[in-house]
Design a protein around this ligand. Structure first.
Ligand code: FAD
Length: 309
């Protein structure tokens, strides 16, 4: 892992900056590249615009490691109301949540109760619920709660991270249960004990895992294959693999983040690939934004440019 990436990921964990970084005007200006705004309506405006371009959406209200009961309840209420509004607007826009935002650090059953409410509301609205993956100590509990949820609700999916050594085994288990998988490379600062330190190994593992997701066992179990990446070489390899093994473009999806690789998103959609864009909003964006900077240290130039207006 590069020094720049490590430093940015360490900054993302700093408690003081998490609380105060969003007040710095030039950082606020720079984040607008990745976020249409802080409100739910800003997100809806962006989702309508991308829908007009043939790209559906996933939405997430930024927040993590909530330590206050009332705040976790408020987050759940926000999502419940959001799912209703999206149903009324008839938008193809799916929620994606972090368990620590629903109170996992306070109490596991509290978080599960909120998660279940959201899955039930999505089910009633004909929507789909995505569960994000956080740092490695949360992987076991996230997968346990996802599997429990799947016993009641069919339309759910979870994010798995290709940088973790354990993911192959997790992927086989999760896909065999018909749970959807959004495969990503992984965004956190993980120790070499649990994750591949070299990017080339992460990329190779991603492609190997993608092949399992598109393979006969996962498909027969009804697992929805989603590739959350902006890596155009990898996307091309996945598309070629799908084509040569007879998997139709309608049977898998590419998800990217709002504001990243926009031209490629449009090209893929025009080419018949199912593309969704994940739109993040909310006022707790500092750690999330630092992870976006870490993914492409050249992004730091955007921040520097915003400093000068
Ligand atoms: C839809 C979606 C959901 C995600 N959910 C999670 C999650 O739940 N848990 C988790 O750990 N991670 C999540 N991630 C983040 C993911 O783990 C990676 O950190 C991120 O996608 C960057 O990796 P990459 O696959 O795009 O490949 P990379 O090899 O990092 O990037 C490929 C190319 O894409 C471009 N690019 C990538 N990132 C950026 C950026 N920030 N700004 C500008 N250009 C960029 C660059 O040109 C780069 O060369 C998610 C990503 C996506 C797209």
């Amino acid at each position: 892992m590069s020094v720049g990436r490590t430093v940015l990921l360490k900054i993302s964990d700093n408690q003081w900056l998490r609380a105060n970084g969003t007040r710095v005007p030039f950082i606020r200006r720079a984040v607008s590249k990745f976020m249409p705004g802080e409100s739910f309506d800003d997100m809806i405006g962006a989702a309508k615009a991308t829908a007009a371009e043939g790209i559906s959406a996933v939405f997430t209200r930024l927040g993590e490691n909530v330590k206050d009961l009332a705040e976790a309840d408020a987050v759940a209420t926000h999502y419940l109301e959001g799912i209703d509004r999206i149903r009324d607007l008839k938008l193809d826009c799916q929620p994606s949540i972090k368990l620590t935002q629903l109170g996992l650090d306070i109490n596991r059953e509290l978080a599960y109760g909120h998660l279940r409410d959201l899955a039930a509301r999505c089910h009633a609205a004909g929507n789909y619920l995505w569960i994000d993956m956080e740092q490695s100590p949360y992987v076991d509990v996230t997968l346990t709660l996802t599997k429990r949820l799947r016993e009641e609700f069919p339309h759910i999916g979870v994010c798995l991270q290709a940088y973790l050594f354990r993911t192959r085994e997790d992927l086989e288990d999760i896909t065999s249960r018909g749970i959807g998988v959004r495969l990503v490379k992984g965004a956190y600062n993980e120790p070499a004990m649990v994750a591949f330190p070299k990017k080339s190994d992460v990329d190779a593992n991603y492609f190997a895992l993608a092949q399992i997701m598109l393979g006969p066992a996962a498909r027969a179990a009804g697992s929805r294959p989603v590739f959350g990446t902006h890596d155009l070489t990898l996307i091309q390899s996945i598309r070629t693999h799908a084509q040569t093994t007879g998997v139709k473009p309608a049977d898998y999806e590419i998800h990217m983040l709002y504001g990243i690789q926009k031209a490629a998103q449009l090209r893929l959609a025009q080419d018949g690939t199912l593309v969704r864009v994940l739109i993040a909003y909310g006022d707790y964006w500092f750690p999330w934004y630092m992870r976006r900077l870490a993914e492409r240290p050249a992004n730091v130039w955007f921040v520097a440019k915003s400093l000068f207006g």
